[in-house]
Design a protein around this ligand. Structure first.
Ligand code: TYC
Length: 113
């Protein structure tokens, strides 16, 4: 991170009694907020369908996808990834559209980390 020095004038001498304290302010590089994408359990969506979604939209291998699906099944929900706002929104839309097209009640949401 860069430091931006803010110094007193180094031009011609003044006579204002100022003792010339140098001040440094830190340039703020704000990281964008991150969002958790959550998958919610329900009683009807087939396990294999959830595994397929996790492979297809979240790039998980079969073992990882199966493990997260089981976590959702047992605990009620799980975080399936953490993304920028725009990517998280895209994932949620992809999952919700795909579930709806296959007439499964699967729910996917996002929340600020
Ligand atoms: N509970 C579902 C079943 O027993 C499986 C399931 C897992 C559904 C994860 C949704 O996000 C989910 N068929």
């Amino acid at each position: 991170m860069s430091l931006q020095p803010m110094l007193m004038s180094n031009g011609p001498k003044d006579d204002d009694g100022d003792v010339g304290v140098a001040v440094q302010t830190r340039a703020k590089t704000k990281r964008p907020p991150l969002y958790k994408v959550l998958l919610l359990n329900d009683d009807y969506t087939p396990m294999e369908f959830v595994v397929h979604i996790l492979e297809r939209f979240f790039g998980l291998n079969h073992a990882q996808a199966f493990e997260i699906m089981l976590t959702v099944h047992k605990k009620g929900l799980a975080v399936v990834g953490v993304f920028s706002h725009e990517i998280a929104e895209t994932k949620v839309t992809q999952v919700m559209d795909f579930a709806r097209r296959h007439q499964h009640p699967l729910q996917c949401t996002m929340e600020k980390e």
